[in-house]
Design a protein around this ligand. Structure first.
Ligand code: IMP
Ligand code: MG
Length: 178
């Protein structure tokens, strides 16, 4: 069954407000410190760029790449590191930046892995969250927006590799639903 773009769930303006608010909270919570953002590729690259520009602190950043959905819309449950961070994170205030939390498997795994490297602190930040879909309990300190159980695309999020460049978040629908 073909997939087509459905309605806009989160507009460009709402996304800008979300980034502003999360940046403000992080700036306040980490006052006097330097933060180390770790973006989860590929999806988080758009959000990380906006978030970083809303944090009024010294910000260093790096990226990590993990295996994700293989062309479909269901998580395989397998989390595999494809590209690790290049830098040593020991003693740093790490914030892992994700596009969306679904089952929670990715962030849960990453938090455990990165914690073994002795960062000064580690927090999780996601643009979007689908709490209904959680398979493992996970505390995410910074959540941009909770959304219902829908498959979304845009603002870094893809379906089969495309739609990441959409400036707003849209719902992906079955062609027959329309
Ligand atoms: P989790 O490990 O199940 O929490 O999955 C998180 C990852 O699944 C995200 O980083 C996305 O790459 C992908 N994902 C989950 N939900 C969606 C969605 O609605 N649209 C696009 N990608 C999604
Ligand atoms: Mg992802």
């Amino acid at each position: 069954m073909g997939k087509i773009l459905g309605e806009t769930l989160i507009s460009k303006e709402e996304i800008a407000d979300i980034c502003k608010e999360l940046g403000r909270r992080i700036t306040e919570d980490y006052a006097g410190k330097q933060v180390f953002l770790i973006g989860v590729l590929k999806g988080a690259f758009v959000f990380l760029a906006d978030l970083a520009r809303n944090i009024d602190l010294p910000v260093d950043m790096d990226f990590i790449s993990v295996s994700s959905y293989g062309g479909g819309t269901q998580s395989t449950g397998v989390v595999r590191i494809i590209k690790d961070v290049d830098q040593n994170i020991a003693g740093k205030h790490v914030i892992v930046v994700e596009d969306i939390v679904d089952s929670g498997l990715t962030l849960n795994h990453l938090k455990q892995l990165l914690s073994t490297r002795k960062p000064a602190s580690i927090a999780l930040c996601t643009a979007f969250d689908k709490p209904e879909r959680r398979k493992v309990p996970i505390e995410v300190e910074y959540v941009g927006r909770r959304i219902p159980d829908e498959f979304i695309v845009g603002y870094g999020l893809d379906y089969d590799g495309i739609y990441r460049n959409l400036p707003e978040v849209r719902i992906l629908r079955e062609a027959a639903e329309e």
